[in-house]
Design a protein around this ligand. Structure first.
Ligand SMILES: [Zn+2]
Length: 346
């Protein structure tokens, strides 16, 4: 009975309305091996607040075939898999450095193999903790492997603080190495330390500058999901850097995954926030910032499975993002530079 009910549900699963424009690519998706599922549970035990507001789907294994099925349901051609291999560098979960390195490699292999098996539907970014002892070794390894299209950094998970000069230095060297290896970067900056426009400017001047013309994608619209005052400050800081042609911004884009669909009251900083504006008002302010900067600098992304299945995520995104039909169409057509035909890896 239950089995046949589930089967019927699977057959009747609704696809996105064909009348709605679909994105050409989902720029931010996550699959995960069995190995990382145990790590996520250990991380949740160490710091439960990390997963506030996140779908329980994050605690199940997912394959490249699952990701392609999500894209098909949503009418999307390409998906960018961001390996969460960096999570094995999470310092609050104790582990021998050699074991961290070995598991980081295995999780990255899982993502790269999924991309290689996808007949061009998926591209894979490997996940690295840039402060771990194996960081540059991992970068070098993937620079020479088919199917590795770039590197994902989750600097919140990796404990980055722009006030830590030694970390700023290390990260700058990592960006320079990625540029040399022609491995584009996706960067989640916020989460481990106090965050403001000033900290974003340190990141832009000292670290992003090392990327040169390398494609760099800033995740979550410059923040870490939702919108608060620091997110708007970050957006303005990136906009100002782009406007003055700052080093590192030639091929810079921001993905807006989870920006319009994550209740800011659930953000870690919400407890200390004095924000009085509504989420609706903040979404309007964010879009005003997007228009000032230019919509060509923004790409659509779901952060699947964090909030919803891909088709449902983008149907809701169209409702939550206060843009015109023409602007939505433009955003759907936008591709990050590393997905454009002209971009060549060595
Ligand atoms: Zn993500």
């Amino acid at each position: 009975m239950i089995r046949s009910a589930l089967l019927a549900l699977a057959l009747l699963a609704p696809a996105a309305s064909p009348a709605q424009e679909a994105p050409r690519a989902d720029h931010h998706m996550h699959i995960q091996s069995r190995l990382i599922t145990d790590q996520l549970r250990a991380m949740q035990a160490a710091d439960p607040a990390i997963f506030d507001g996140i779908s329980v789907d994050l605690f199940t294994e997912r394959s490249g075939a699952d990701a392609v099925r999500e894209l098909d349901r949503a009418g999307i051609d390409k998906g960018v898999l961001l390996s969460v291999g960096y999570m094995f560098g999470f310092s609050a979960v104790p582990m021998e450095p050699a074991v961290r390195a070995e598991r980081m490699r295995a999780e990255n292999r899982y993502n790269v193999d999924a991309a290689l098996a996808s007949k061009g539907r998926l591209v894979a970014f490997v996940g690295i903790n840039p402060f771990a002892p194996n960081a540059l070794g991992e970068l070098d390894y993937w620079a020479n492997q088919p199917g590795a299209s770039g590197i994902k950094l989750h600097l919140g998970n990796s404990g980055f603080d722009t006030a830590n000069a030694e970390q700023v230095d290390t990260l700058g060297r990592f960006f320079a190495a990625a540029r040399k290896a022609r491995l584009p970067l996706v960067v989640h900056l916020r989460g481990a330390a106090p965050f403001s426009g000033a900290s974003v400017n340190i990141f832009i001047d000292k670290i992003l500058a090392q990327a040169g013309d390398l494609p760099v994608q800033i995740a979550h619209g410059g923040g870490y999901a939702g919108i608060d005052q620091p997110t708007l400050e970050a957006l303005d800081a990136y906009g100002a850097a782009i406007a003055r042609g700052a080093p590192g911004t030639a091929n810079l884009v921001l993905d807006i995954s989870a920006v319009m669909q994550f209740d800011p009251a659930k953000l870690p900083d919400a407890k200390t926030s004095t924000e009085t504006r509504s989420y609706e008002e903040m979404r309007g302010l964010y879009v005003a910032g997007m228009r000032r900067i230019g919509l060509d600098r923004f790409v659509l992304a779901s952060d699947w499975p964090a909030l919803a299945p891909v088709a449902e995520y983008f149907a809701r995104e169209r409702e939550m993002l206060p843009v015109t039909d023409a602007e939505w169409k433009q955003l759907c057509g936008n591709l990050a530079p590393y997905l454009r035909p002209g971009w060549q890896q060595p």
